[in-house]
Design a protein around this ligand. Sequence first.
Ligand code: ATP
Length: 308
Amino acid sequence: MTSTGPDTVHVRAPGKINVFLKVGAIDDTGYHDVAIAYQAVSLYEEVRVREASDFQVEVSGSVELSRVPRDGANIAIRAARLLAARTGYRGGAHIEIEKHVPVTGGMGGGSADAAATLLACDALWSTDLPREELLELARELGADVPFAFTGGTAIGTGRGDELSPALAQGTFHWVLALADFGLSTPAVYAELDEHRARHAQDIFPADPRPTVEANVLQALRAGDPHMLADAMHNDLQAAALHLEPSLSDVLELGEQSGALAGIVSGSGPTVAFLAADVDSALELQVALSAARLNVVRATGPVHGARIV
Ligand code: ATP
């Protein structure tokens, strides 16, 4: 069920793929600095808000929805409440989320919902916060929320939320293998920390301030999928594969079926395959579907959260 009409504000916000993710050494507070190259891709969350006396959320969409909270734990409600508290707005909002980004898939669907809700409520309530202040609220909601706002291609450092735009040209063609299970981001980080602690004698200590490697920036700037395929990297991938060994088979199958490269997106379990062009992406989609994987195609980069 969706609403349209003059009293409804509709915002579309994209999911993302981390084409590069390096995790720094754990600090005293238990956090890691990261270096991420984000690309927003054409899987969108559609968020529609209208006035209400309290805060409510309704969820529909094309992905498995059972893990999405329908109460105040939903990040869209947290976003609306945060904006209301910060601006002194007294009313509420009815929020409809139409989800197309896989839940707990490592593609930032919840972050997209949060960014969309901030933008939609700001317009609905005429609170008209400057973009910088909305970005500050986005940062408070989660490290990936500012990127869902800005979209395109960007480098994130610090917790991933200190963004700088990256020069990018052309369109990259992705085939995404969606899992029917989720992976918890904290569990994947914990697995990485354990692995690093176990092998402290044999591996180089992680850089406390990681950076995105130059060949990634060069590949994005050139719009060259072959170069990007060689440069993609995810420090969380081994940990995700350790927790879910079946993802190794998915990666292998994609690479045997014509993908230039495959990567676990963020903390997984979505696996993103980069294709050379639109025709190769179609062929890959057919091959993976024949192997009974749930696959979708997407292109990137695309714009960030926008009023429709
Ligand atoms: P990221 O890549 O940013 O780590 P993700 O894509 O792996 O995130 P999400 O789907 O964004 O994961 O968020 C999943 C978690 O957040 C689940 O534990 C879910 O219960 C909770 N959650 C709260 N609000 C939402 C929402 N609007 N949509 C999806 N999950 C939500």
